[in-house]
Design a binder for this molecule. Structure first.
Ligand SMILES: Nc1nc2c(c(=O)[nH]1)N[C@H]1C(S)=C(S)[C@@H](COP(=O)(O)OP(=O)(O)OC[C@H]3O[C@@H](n4cnc5c(=O)[nH]c(N)nc54)[C@H](O)[C@@H]3O)O[C@H]1N2
Ligand SMILES: Nc1nc2c(c(=O)[nH]1)N[C@H]1C(S)=C(S)[C@@H](COP(=O)(O)OP(=O)(O)OC[C@H]3O[C@@H](n4cnc5c(=O)[nH]c(N)nc54)[C@H](O)[C@@H]3O)O[C@H]1N2
Ligand code: SF4
Ligand SMILES: [Mo]
Length: 601
């Protein structure tokens, strides 16, 4: 018997990933408490986290690779058999139909993004280019708008709820679902402070709406009319921030005319909102010194979602509530969670690729139509489309029609039941993990979690799964090649950077994430090898925002710019409670806009 100890990790029941401490005794996770040393969540915990032990030791955990039989049942097989068979079938599909007929579905759930780096790297090396996931189910409308307004689809708004005097919530229920750190604390503070206000736009009287100074029970799906009428009201009565618009935006005159054309009374009626309430809302916005807008599924995963994302941001910009304390901002990235892919389309269906992603809604068609490049293989990692994508019947039909479907998961899901192979992953608490949901400004955080339990017998962490697969596919060189690189990584980072560049140039087919894992990764503390791909991200982040990185990690002026990225990376992998990666000054927000004139379109 061991005495048991408190270890630091994070909660992964929602994408805030609060820092927690767990009490581990004899490989059992027994208790959970908030980690006061976490710079991001500072000990905060919501009620959901108390259930972590139940999920961590769940009875549905997978412990053996599975192969589906013709009768729909599954046989348990050994790892080496599973890897060899899957590799052969992947190779066959790539050779016969091309790698682009292989798609990744998933890549990380509510905070396990380490595996995604390896999965996408491996599939890319096979020629795969298509990625579907929950982000493209709910947020690509927003990404598309951001691409136009800010110049890149990776520009993404943050919310400084902490300092606002008006919080405007549209289609979200933060009391329950959070969505910003320490949500309940902030909502309580706003409620108790007579100088601060809360407006909620939601058809339902939610727990959050119950706390609001004004609840607009919009007709479901009619936010476009409400937001349009609200903007028109503000413009007509000249309650907009002309100085801000003049200094920071381009194209307002056209927008102004379009807004003036809106028939306010008809649109308010279409949204089921009285003119009195509309006027109250407009007055509260005009009176606010610092408004922050918080949106989520209610407008992002419904009708007119892209237009709503635009109108929401117009409201932010026209009222001048951007780039100041207590307003909306853009945030830095250690590693952007999605890409920038303006004007790209997916040939088999003709749909737009936004943020480098394809929407789950077209997944069935992408598999079932007769285009020569239709999808033949879906590699599902950390996702459960048979349960979470719309039109379950069509998704199931598509999954059943694939030449190959492999699911990597911790549990037997609805999707896994339809797969040809199911591979059991070690859980969040049994391996190194991190989240790329790092959406904070002015200070943004990153948290590398080391495993707090040994991997459940029979399971493997994703980097090990993808290593085995890469070896079987001939996509990872032998240790005779990797060992010298590893030695250089131990000796000197600048030398390693040069050696890695040379290696990649000579081996264009290699999977960079895996090479980093087996070289630099093996030199990292606490078994955090899986975080190695964040090294390149840290170098890029330090190059992009050197001053913000300096402030965040407290680097003195003696540290040269070219050393900053390595120092940031070492800080990240050394801190078990997470760490600040960038600390911006408010007026530096403009540097995060991608348009070269730093103005919002
Ligand atoms: N424990 C736990 N927490 C989670 C998650 C989890 O899996 N588990 N998931 C996380 C994720 S991925 C997400 S995306 C967030 C979701 O976070 P939220 O979006 O805040 O959560 P929902 O409860 O879906 O709230 C959406 C609100 O939109 C309202 N709504 C519905 N239709 C409309 C409409 O037409 N207009 C407007 N204005 N409102 C409408 C609904 O009544 C609902 O109150 O939660 C996160 N939090
Ligand atoms: N009916 C319905 N559908 C919805 C929503 C809803 O509220 N209701 N919400 C929508 C939203 S906002 C979202 S974000 C999506 C979410 O959609 P998905 O991401 O498809 O759903 P999850 O159930 O979160 O899937 C995460 C999977 O990862 C597995 N997993 C957990 N840890 C690990 C790990 O360490 N490694 C691996 N390989 N797997 C792991 C879990 O067992 C689970 O099967 O669903 C969308 N669809
Ligand atoms: S807010 Fe999210 S991450 Fe934090 S404890 Fe609750 S469920 Fe976990
Ligand atoms: Mo989501």
């Amino acid at each position: 018997m061991t005495a048991g100890e408190w270890l630091k990790t994070a909660c992964n029941l929602c994408y805030i990933n609060c820092g927690i401490e767990v009490f581990v005794n004899n490989e059992r996770l027994e208790k959970v408490r908030g980690d006061r040393s976490s710079p991001k969540s500072q000990g905060y915990l919501c009620n959901k986290a108390t259930r972590i032990p139940y999920y961590a030791h769940h009875k549905d955990r997978l412990t053996k690779p599975l192969r589906r039989r013709a009768d729909g049942g599954f046989d348990e097989i050994e790892w080496d058999v599973a890897i060899a068979e899957i590799a052969a079938r992947l190779r066959q599909i790539a050779d016969k139909h091309g790698g682009k007929t292989i798609a990744l579905y998933g890549g990380g759930g509510q905070g396990n993004h380490a595996g995604g780096a390896y999965a996408s790297g491996l599939l890319r090396a096979l020629g795969s280019r298509s990625v579907f996931n929950a982000l493209s189910q709910e947020k690509t409308g927003d990404f598309w708008v951001n691409g136009h307004m800010f110049g890149s689809q990776t520009c993404h708004t943050a919310e400084d709820v902490h300092h606002c005097d008006l919080l405007l919530v549209i289609g979200a229920n933060p009391w329950i679902a959070h969505g910003f750190p320490n949500a309940r604390d902030h909502l309580n503070q706003i409620r108790k402070d007579p100088a601060r206000r809360l407006i909620v736009i939601d058809p339902r009287r939610t727990e959050t709406a119950e706390m609001a100074d004004l609840h607009l029970a919009v007709r479901p799906g009619a936010d476009t009319f409400l937001l349009g009428a609200l903007l028109a009201t503000l413009v007509r009565s000249d309650r907009i921030d002309d100085a801000f618009i003049q200094e920071h935006t381009v194209g307002f005159s056209e927008v102004r005319q379009a807004l003036l054309d809106i028939p306010i009374e008809q649109w308010a009626a279409a949204a089921d909102i009285s003119i009195t309430d509309l006027e109250r809302c407009a007055a509260m916005i005009a009176a606010a010194k610092a408004m922050v807008v918080r949106v989520e599924l209610g407008i992002q995963q419904g009708i007119n979602s892209t237009l709503n994302s635009y109108l929401e941001k117009l409201l932010i910009m026209l009222s001048g509530n951007f780039g100041r304390k207590g307003t909306n901002q853009l945030h830095s990235w250690l590693q952007p969670l999605w890409g920038n892919s303006p004007n790209q389309t997916f040939a088999p269906t003709g749909d737009a690729i936004i943020g480098g992603l394809l929407p789950p809604n077209i997944f069935p068609e992408a598999v079932l139509n007769d285009h020569p490049d239709r999808l033949r293989c879906a590699w599902v990692d950390s996702s459960n489309p048979a349960n979470t994508a719309a039109n379950t019947e069509a998704v199931e039909r598509a999954l059943r029609s694939l030449d190959l479907c492999v699911v990597v998961d911790v549990a037997m899901t609805e999707t896994a039941r339809l797969a040809h192979y199911v591979l059991p992953a070690s859980s969040q608490f049994e391996k190194t993990e991190f989240t790329l949901f790092n959406f904070e400004f002015p200070t943004n955080y990153f948290h590398v979690r080391a495993g707090v339990l040994a991997p459940l017998a029979g399971t493997l962490p994703e980097p090990e799964i993808y290593t085995r697969l890469a070896i079987a596919l001939g996509l990872l060189p032998g240790d005779n090649v990797l060992a010298p690189l590893r030695e250089i990584a131990r000796r000197s980072r600048p030398e390693f950077a040069a050696a890695l560049r040379a290696f990649i140039a000579e081996n264009p087919g290699a999977v960079p994430a895996l090479v980093l894992y087996h070289t630099l990764g093996q030199t990292l503390p606490d078994g955090t090898a899986a975080a190695a791909p964040m090294w390149s991200a840290a170098l890029a982040c330090a190059k992009r925002s050197p001053q913000a990185v300096r402030r965040a990690i407290g680097a003195s002026n003696d540290v040269a710019d070219h050393q900053l990225g390595d120092l940031l990376f070492d800080t990240i992998v050394a801190a078990r409670q997470g760490t600040a990666i960038t600390e911006h000054e408010y007026d530096e927000v403009w540097s995060l806009i991608s348009h070269s004139d730093r103005r919002v379109r």
